[in-house]
Write a new protein. Sequence first.
Length: 362
Amino acid sequence: MKKIEIGTDISAEEKIKTLEEELGKLVAPEKYDEFVKMLEEFQSATGDKVAENLKAAFEEKFFNSEKYPDASEIEFLRSILPDNFYISNNKLANEMIKDFVNKGNRELVVMKTPKMGEVVTYNSLTYEGENISITGRHEFTAYDRTVHNAVCSLFVAGNDVISPSMVYRTMNGMSESEYISPQAIKTITNSLDKSRFMRLKINFTKEAQARNLNIEEAEKEDYLLNATKVKVKSGGITLEAYKINKIPMLYQYAQHTKQILSVPLKLLDTKKATRNTEEIIPIKEYLVRRIEIMKYTKGMSNKILYETIFEEVGIENPSRDKSFDLRKGIKAILELWKNEKYIKDFEEYKEKNSFKGIKIVY
């Protein structure tokens, strides 16, 4: 167990508070509610022995060997932080967050050619079974897509076993020493499990022909994330992680069609600008995607509508206060990227006396 240092020149109450904060960082997400209940039992107690008793109770409840009885299943986690963040940027990746799950076979027009006209792919995203229990939204959301892109970035960097904390750090350009809340880990875990139970089918036969791709099979089916839960040891702590069994199919498809964007991972470190919320995180990815397309696509508009950004993260008709907060966060991120020389400048523009969107100068 991690050694926790507590100063001797502070009060008992301060000792307890310090210990609670440190222990909270070590609790697995599925045990966090139980941990909070345990803390409540100690709140009314006083005296210098409380911290010692709290630590003992924590070890008994959360580091009992019965939780991980089969030591042969435990692997040591080797974490390789990616240099780049990879984004699958094709029609399927962009459309699958829009009421796509369990909607049968969906046709997507991916390109047009003089010879073939409209080139169509056939795609479906379904849950494997009816008895899957996943907390939260069952749709594949923009947040889930960012999680998935983070997994792919880690896999490409050489990680075949990943933890939720590795995924969260990759999504946000964080260092390995930065703290991640148990709630954030729980959200990532839920998203990973959601992808593990989803089956993705892609038939891009016509697209392969139109692009003259030299591949044996243009019909693919697999779990969106083909991964197995495993137990790993990291920093002396045993926790759950995911062993990636195969390259994620969505990423592989984007590889075939050369539709992958790559940006330095440090670009996603925007904590100096705004907090990383479940809305801001996919907004960051969306902004990066739009800016990268602007930079490398001739004739592309440099305007991004606020309405489009909000819809991308599932926010419809936000209140005035909500809209203001999101716009404030977006502008803070762009100001940071301006200072870091990723973009030259940006400006907010109006239509009919209301803020409509932002213009990017790149």
